[in-house]
Design a binder for this molecule. Structure first.
Ligand code: ADP
Ligand code: MG
Length: 456
């Protein structure tokens, strides 16, 4: 492990030396964050820059976050990573603890997991992180309107669509927004399965009274995946009464499902008509533009730098499900860690599972194609002239030779008038950069590569 000589602590507190607490110096703390971002980009969040390394004592670094959900996120996912980063940055054995800035507990959303424990709202599922497009504009606008005036705008709000298209994200965004606007609102956010499990349990234990109290006193009832009510007659009956009680007292009800109310198998007609009485909004598959915007947003959220052509490749190849887009991005990040942080189109193809042996082409094929396109003679490309109209197509040839043949840099240089390997490397870098910066050029090069691969 690397050790550092420079002082890694600053002293804070009163001047007389008593009760002094130590903390990390700013630059060391920056190193810690940098280490985390580099080694665990999938865990990094933009709000990490707001964290405060409040105190260092007895080998324990206390890190303060702004609110309870952040502390929860850090405790669940980041403890080891931060400890390793602190050790790398200071050269000392340090463990970490996270604590909350404002001491408010995260109790204003009453939500239960399948086993009855607390169901966690994801910190990332905020309106601010939701990308809109023609596919989800209505659902998003309705969710926002409901968050602004619960019980008044649309009641119930029913959001439906295929899996992985953002229903849960929108439902949780509304819960976050409620929490933010009115800390004391009693929100019950729950999966449909939990509702039915609680109901069955309550019947078995003779505790229906408590069950009803829990659900019928909610200011806002949010139930995810309500299609699981299908075929469950008694739960449907109970839910019908819960619904009516809440609805009559103008409490907000928000539901999601993988299909429209009428398509939920064997759902009682009276429930179908209740669900249809508010607003029913579809989230559809996103178009290419929206998918690209989503991938870009996710890279920003995770603080990873991904070139445009990679974003486009991912969004083009995965066209049905946002969760899969995220999965590919996570895979890409992991793969890039094995490559020293490099993220490029080849790695993206690997993450997308579109690998196979690279079809090899020969240098003469490359030279022929490029010379025709640029109206040049072969001897120009292989000669010494450095005018731009020749030098640039020559760089394209070298780039393609590096990408599409198994030749070494020296061998490639040899084909181009005995140029050395640094010239070839430079050409490769120049063209890679241009591919990222210039979409028209990128398209031209993709066409050229396809032509070469197809052997024409
Ligand atoms: P569903 O509940 O419809 O199955 P989720 O809400 O769980 O889907 O979404 C799956 C993942 O895709 C989540 O991580 C979510 O943040 C992301 N996602 C879906 N749609 C969008 C969007 N429009 N903008 C940003 N992220 C999205
Ligand atoms: Mg869901």
């Amino acid at each position: 492990m690397q050790t550092r000589r420079r002082s890694y602590v600053r002293l804070a507190g009163c001047g007389n030396g008593k009760m002094m607490t130590k903390s990390l110096s700013k630059s060391i703390w920056n190193d810690v964050l940098e280490h985390v971002r580099l080694h665990a980009p999938h865990l990094a969040r933009t709000w990490f820059s707001d964290l405060d390394p409040a105190e260092l004592s007895g080998g324990v670094l206390m890190i303060t976050a702004a609110n309870a959900p952040r502390v929860r996120y850090l405790n669940e996912h980041c403890r080891r990573t931060f400890a390793e980063a602190a050790q790398a940055a200071t050269g000392r054995l340090i463990s970490v603890r996270f604590e909350c800035d404002d001491n408010t507990e995260d109790t204003d959303v009453l939500s239960f997991d399948n086993d009855g424990s607390l169901l966690k709202l994801s910190d990332d599922y905020l309106f601010g992180n939701f990308i809109t497009g023609p596919c989800n504009r209505l659902a998003h606008a309705a969710a926002l309107a409901v968050a602004e005036s619960p019980g008044k705008a649309y009641n119930p709000l029913f959001i439906h669509g295929d899996v992985g298209l953002g229903k849960t994200h929108l439902l949780q965004a509304v819960c976050h927004e409620f929490k933010h606007r009115q800390a004391n609102t009693n929100i019950v956010y729950i999966s449909c399965e939990t509702f039915t499990n609680h109901f069955i349990e309550a019947v078995e234990r003779g505790a229906l009274h408590q069950f009803r109290y829990r659900y019928r006193h909610a200011d806002c009832l949010v139930i995810d995946d309500i299609q699981f009510l299908a075929e469950r007659e008694r739960s449907q009956e109970e839910f019908f009464h819960t619904f009516n009680t809440l609805y009559q007292s103008q409490r907000q009800i928000i539901l999601s499902a993988d299909c429209s109310p009428a398509e939920i198998p064997s759902l009682e007609e009276r429930l179908v008509s209740r669900f249809n009485s508010g607003l029913v909004a579809l989230v559809d598959r996103p178009c290419l533009e929206t998918r690209m915007a989503i991938v870009l947003a996710k890279t920003k959220l995770r603080c990873i730098d991904v070139p445009d052509n990679v974003i486009k490749a991912i969004a083009t190849h995965i066209d049905s499900n946002v969760r899969e887009l995220e999965g590919t991005l996570a895979k890409l990040t992991l793969l890039s860690q094995t490559q020293g942080g490099r993220i490029d189109i080849d790695l993206a193809m690997e993450a997308l599972g579109i690998t196979g042996p690279k079809p090899l082409v020969s240098i003469p094929e490359i030279l022929n194609n490029v010379s025709k396109r640029h109206n040049l003679r072969l001897s120009d490309l292989q000669g010494k002239k450095r005018t731009k109209s020749i030098a640039f197509p020559r760089q394209v040839c070298m780039y393609l030779a590096r990408e599409m043949t198994n030749l070494s840099l020296e061998e490639i240089g040899g084909y181009f008038g005995g140029r050395d390997h640094t010239t070839v490397l430079h050409a490769h870098r120049t063209i890679s950069k241009r591919r990222q910066e210039n979409p028209v050029f990128e398209l031209e090069l993709q066409n050229l590569q396809t032509t070469l691969r197809n052997g024409s």
